[in-house]
Write a protein that binds this ligand. Structure first.
Ligand code: PAF
Length: 288
């Protein structure tokens, strides 16, 4: 496995693969790898000849007061996991190289970032995400890039950016990978104390309740919302950041569930912010 830290070296390697018409897939990550990331690598390897994983804790997507400093960093373990998973190149740039002091350019997807995490974290979070992902696309020139459905809004926003700016990259969104008890895998799960870890399931339980009520025929979004909220807030260790039932395309709230919806939420527990979602419709799918 090759480790590349310098931007020109990454671009030269990418150009070389492009010249030889070798398909290159990118798995962008902020490290602290878990099975969710490894499932993206697995999919990437089946569809591309070369798999590049970027490991970069992107300061631009953390808003003031957020957990940039405490975001888990497990560099040597990440390298072992990446190598064992069959990653060909780890791209690990420094923040100084990625963000020059005189930079003046960002990328903003305007509408889709107004909702969900855009309300609680601010649209600046997504400006940080789209800007770094655009930079990674320009540095790595992937044919395909792999993102997790856990960050459903991120995936929709990046898809919009790719269409609007004509990036020649196919966005592949892969299913959420869960712990045995159903908790969505997240790098931030490492920051949960063992005592509070089981209670982090509250959001998942609220989402599952919404799904089950829908399955039993309840399609009024407000009724679903009220029951889901009540379920989550049964545990006084939980603060609900947001909970919404939205169109998976526009991310705007729906009043009635007559088509596929995204039930998405964010909670805080033990000082850790966790997100999760379920994509579900009045006639299923129910499997999640
Ligand atoms: O999902 C993430 O880990 C990050 O938002 C990403 C896409 C790697 C950009 O920093």
């Amino acid at each position: 496995m090759r480790i590349i830290e310098k931007l020109p070296e990454m671009q030269a390697a990418a150009r070389d693969y492009q010249r030889r018409q070798v398909d290159l897939g990118l798995v962008p990550t902020m490290g602290a790898l878990h099975d969710g990331h490894l499932s993206l690598v697995k999919r990437c390897r089946t569809e591309n000849t070369i798999t590049v994983m970027s490991l970069f804790v992107n300061p631009a997507q953390f808003m003031p007061g957020e957990d940039y400093d405490s975001y888990p960093r497990t560099w040597s373990q990440d390298l072992e996991l990446a190598e064992a998973a069959g990653v060909d190149i780890v791209f690990h740039p420094s923040a100084e190289d990625m963000y020059l002091p005189r930079r003046q350019t960002t990328i903003q997807v305007h509408e889709l970032t107004k909702y969900l995490c855009g309300i609680s974290r601010g649209q600046g979070h997504f400006i940080g995400v789209t800007t770094v992902v655009a930079k990674l696309f320009n540095l790595v020139s992937p044919r395909r890039a792999y993102f997790g459905q856990k960050d459903a809004q991120q995936a929709v926003v990046i898809q919009r950016m790719v269409i609007d700016l004509n990036f020649p990259v196919e966005i592949v969104v892969c299913p959420i990978i869960r712990e045995a008890d159903g908790l969505a895998m997240s790098s931030r799960n490492r920051n949960l104390s063992p005592a509070l870890r089981p209670r982090a399931l509250a959001l998942r339980e609220g989402l599952v309740l919404g799904r089950d009520m829908l399955r039993q025929g309840e399609t009024d979004a407000n009724t679903l919302f009220n029951h889901m909220c009540e379920q989550i807030l049964r545990d006084d260790a939980i603060e609900v950041d947001y909970l919404h039932i939205v169109s998976p395309e526009t991310l705007q709230d729906v009043e009635k569930v007559d088509d596929l919806v995204l039930m998405a939420g964010a909670i805080r527990i033990d000082g850790v912010r966790l997100i999760d979602n379920i994509l579900v419709g009045p006639d299923g799918p129910w499997e999640d």
